[in-house]
Design a protein around this ligand. Sequence first.
Ligand code: SF4
Length: 415
Amino acid sequence: MPWRRVNELCVNDRAYRVWVSEMMLQQTQVATVVAYYNKWMKRWPTVKDLANATCEEVNEMWAGLGYYSRGRRLLEGAQKVMRDFNGKIPDTSHQLRTLPGVGQYTAAAIASIVFNEPCGVVDGNVVRVLSRMRSIGSDTSQQKTIQHFWKVADNIVDHEKPGDFNQSLMELGAIVCTPKTPLCSTCPVKSCCRAVETATTCPNDSTDIEALDFKSDCELCLPVEKWQPSVGVMNYPQKSAKIKVQEEQFAVAIVRCRLHYILTQRPNQGLLAGMWQFPSVSVDSSSSERTMKESLSSCLLLHLNVGGISPASLDKIGQIKHAFSHRHHVYHVFKAEISDKSCLGDEMPQLMEAKWVSAEELLQSAISTGVKKIFQLFQSSLKAKPNRKRLRSVKLTSSSAKIRQTTLDEVCRKA
Ligand code: SF4
């Protein structure tokens, strides 16, 4: 991985690269991160370069990676390093934690990998390996259990090569001790794994469950009645109860004028802070199409000075669902065409930050994956078979033979 090929760099640049990679790898798969990481390093190869970037540039670079606050925290962290640490990234896990967005895991990873600090790390892979090796069966979402994992990780870390040890432990969880197909027969720590020991000695018949040597008075042990002989080592770790995901509904308007689209900027706080999106309003799940159109029409007029879009001129083109980790968004997408772009501009102040962009500029803007999906839906709607009734009402000067040759895209645009 590119962030591991850093030996020839000075320690500050190594710390910067591990920091960026660790931030990107939180909640995102390695395969996705590599391209973003390479692009990022080409643009901002040092912490000083990053500190001089703008939030807008960082948001654009991060677009599509999700959890956008991570990028902004990196920028704030780089600015803090330049301002408070004279450009030197702190070299202890304790001081690293004073940087925005650097929690216990990131601080321990940077400190052990770059500065050789003998501290353990705990991520999802480590939780799985340690819970199996030490047969820790309490709920992994509980603070007490998490603290115990940190204690174990700190106790077992190798003091000479803490970085190598921590990366090995995480790698073991990623490729050997996997959630659903652990490769116990070839696992290098099989001989000291309690989960394997229990799974091979426990009775197959759940009626003999009392034979298991679980301590009923221990808060970290798996309650004996929860042991399922059929899943063996996969009894660990114990999954926490699923949190009910919240679903929110939005009506979204794609307003187009001479191949340009209106984008508005989200507030600087909260979900997708500072990112760009199509004008949208929150609606109830029970809202009718008519209510959504009315809400959009008034939002466009009151917040953006975009008049002339009556509810009737908004066409529904479909619906998109987008999942965030803790909530789901449902976007009801409408489109409208206007002929005058002068509604946005310096002379026409509006309540929301907004701009006109071409399709190309739109895709290069700091937009989320959800907005990209909405735009794809819009583009597909242009390719879809046009409504015959509507087409008949379009006044085209071309002969019918010429119309047949015109692509559907063009016909739709003229419509
Ligand atoms: S022996 Fe099996 S359960 Fe134990 S650590 Fe290795 S892969 Fe995981």
